[in-house]
Write a protein that binds this ligand. Structure first.
Ligand SMILES: NC(=O)c1ccc[n+]([C@@H]2O[C@H](COP(=O)([O-])OP(=O)(O)OC[C@H]3O[C@@H](n4cnc5c(N)ncnc54)[C@H](OP(=O)(O)O)[C@@H]3O)[C@@H](O)[C@H]2O)c1
Length: 174
């Protein structure tokens, strides 16, 4: 089972513009298409409750969305069997449950709190990062301020539009 972390970022490492939580207002059409395809091709998608609450994603019978929260009771009425579930499992426990079910690809879509938890626990295999040629100065990074020391290997990159949006794929060196 491959665990992929995916983010879109600016050149100065911002994954949000100033205080605006909506990413699609500044990311490119090419990134939207790439993200949508990656989402559709993943059997399991994991996100944090903050990212879920910004704009709850469209559900589908083709994959299971797993939302991480410590406030399970707040989400009881949002659960849809086989489409969206809410969990208070720790990242390691969640991933070992998913490994038993032998899913091919698990996509971790953030936000920064969730990605930091997964990276700290050494659970991410690959980082798929889109870099938009923009600089915002103010905004969040895709990890929160924590001491991390992670090395990666660049497996491939592609320039996907005229402006120079780059899609990069890295493996986490373990
Ligand atoms: N540019 C991009 O590609 C991209 C992608 C995704 C998100 N974002 C941005 O990121 C922002 C949201 O990110 P965020 O970091 O604030 O929130 P987040 O990572 O989406 O969610 C964090 C929340 O998840 C819950 N949680 C449950 N288990 C956890 C665990 N083990 N570790 C950490 N959190 C856990 C906690 O909420 P409870 O109180 O529910 O327990 C926690 O506050 C938004 O502005 C969004 O636009 C950007």
């Amino acid at each position: 089972m491959k665990i992929v972390l995916i983010f879109v970022s600016t050149l100065d490492g911002k994954v949000t513009k100033w205080g605006d939580p909506h990413v699609q207002t500044w990311s490119s059409q090419k990134d939207h298409d790439y993200f949508q395809k990656t989402w559709n091709d993943s059997q399991i998608i994991i996100m944090g409750s903050n990212t879920f609450n910004i704009e709850p994603p469209k559900l589908s019978k083709d994959h299971i969305l797993i939302v991480m929260t410590t406030h399970l009771s707040d989400y009881k009425n949002k659960e849809v069997l086989g489409q969206v579930e809410f969990t208070n499992e720790a990242p390691k426990a969640l991933i070992s449950r998913l490994r038993e079910a032998r899913y091919e690809r698990v996509l971790v879509v953030g936000g920064p709190h969730i990605s930091t938890s997964f990276l700290k626990d050494g659970l991410i295999d690959e980082l798929w990062l889109t870099i938009e040629p923009k600089i915002f100065g103010l905004g969040g990074n895709f990890v929160i301020e924590e001491k991390l020391d992670i090395s990666l290997h660049l497996d491939g990159y592609e320039k996907v539009n005229k402006q120079g949006t780059l899609i990069l794929r890295y493996t986490i060196i373990k």
